[in-house]
Design a protein around this ligand. Structure first.
Ligand SMILES: [Zn+2]
Length: 271
C-alpha cells in the first residue's frame, strides 16, 4: 500500500511538469472506489494549476475545481508524453499538451474524485478528519502530546487512525515506536511528555528520510512505468519477527493489532 512518503514522492515527480497544462481529454476506465462525481468531458479545457498533497491524497488544482486522487492499495501514477497504450489496469487518464497523467490500479481501491472547492461537501468528507501533516512546520510536539492525552487506545492504533497526525502507516508505525522506545500497546494517554517528544521526532525523521530516499528514485517515477510500493526502508523491527534486535539482540516479537501486524522489541520498548 502506498504510504505518505510514496505519495509525496509521486507528487514531486510530476507536479512541476503538469502545471499549466490544459486538459484536452479525460478517459475513465473501470469503476474505482468512488465515482468521479462529474461528467469527464466537463473537465476539458480546464487548466492544471498545480499539485498539492493532503495526507495520502493528491490534490490536482484546476482552473475550476480540483481532483482528489487516492492510490488505494495498489495504485500508481505515471506522467509522461510518451506512455504505452492503455493497459487493463489503467482506469483513469488525463491528457494535456505537457503530458498524460495516468492511474494504474489493479485492485481498484484507489479513486479520482472531483470537488468544486477545498471546502465543499465532497472534499470535506474525504479530507475533513485528517490530522496535522507530519512534514512541514505545522506538526508540533506539544500539540501532538496534547492529542495523545485525549486518547485511551493503544498508541499504534492512534498513529494508524491518522487523527493525531496523518501519514504514519503500518510499517512506519512499528518503526517510529521502536525509535522512541515505546511499546505499541501502550495507551496513548499514558505517554509522558518526554516520550511524546521522542515519538514526535521519530515520526518526522523516519518520514523525511523515506521521502528523501524516494526522491532518489524520481528518475524511475518520471518515465512511463510509475512504480508503487514501499521504498527500501532499513527496518529496525518491521517484518523482522524472530530476528535479533539491531540494538540489543533480543528476538523481535510480532503481534496483531486491529488485524495489522505489529513488530517490536520487548527489551528496547517499554510499556
Ligand atoms: Zn532491542
Amino acid at each position: 500500500m502506498p504510504e505518505l512518503p510514496e505519495v509525496e514522492v509521486t507528487r514531486l515527480s510530476f507536479a512541476d511538469r503538469i502545471a499549466g497544462g490544459r486538459i484536452e481529454s479525460v478517459t475513465v476506465g473501470k469503476a474505482l472506489r468512488w465515482p468521479l462525481g462529474l461528467a469527464p468531458q466537463l473537465l476539458q479545457g480546464r487548466v492544471v494549476l498545480g499539485v498539492r498533497r493532503r495526507g495520502k491524497y493528491l490534490l490536482l488544482d484546476l482552473s475550476e475545481g480540483l481532483l482528489l486522487i487516492h492510490l488505494g492499495m495498489s495504485g500508481s501514477i505515471s506522467f509522461g508524453l510518451d506512455l504505452p497504450p492503455l493497459g487493463k489496469h489503467d482506469h483513469f487518464e488525463l491528457t494535456t499538451p505537457l503530458g498524460v497523467l495516468r492511474l494504474n490500479d489493479p485492485r481498484r481501491f484507489g479513486a479520482v474524485v472531483y470537488a468544486a472547492a477545498d471546502d465543499d461537501a465532497t472534499a470535506h468528507k474525504l479530507l475533513g478528519r485528517l490530522g496535522v501533516e507530519p512534514l512541514g512546520g505545522a506538526f508540533g510536539a506539544q500539540e501532538f502530546h496534547a492529542a495523545l492525552k485525549t486518547r485511551k487506545t493503544a498508541i499504534k492504533q492512534v498513529l494508524l487512525g491518522g487523527e493525531a497526525v496523518v501519514g504514519v502507516g503500518n510499517i512506519y508505525a512499528s518503526e517510529v515506536l521502536f525509535r522512541a522506545g515505546i511499546r505499541p500497546t501502550t495507551r496513548a494517554l499514558r505517554i509522558s511528555r518526554p516520550r511524546a517528544v521522542l515519538l514526535h521526532r521519530a515520526i518526522v525523521e523516519v518520514l523525511t528520510q523515506a521521502v528523501t530516499k524516494g526522491g532518489s528514485t524520481l528518475r524511475d517515477f518520471s518515465n512511463a512505468q510509475g512504480e508503487a510500493g514501499h521504498f527500501q526502508l532499513d527496518a529496525m523491527v518491521y517484518d523482522r519477527a524472530g530476528l535479533p534486535c539491531k540494538v540489543c539482540a533480543a528476538p523481535i516479537k510480532t503481534m496483531r493489532q486491529g488485524q495489522r501486524s505489529t513488530f517490536y522489541c520487548a527489551n528496547c520498548q517499554k510499556p
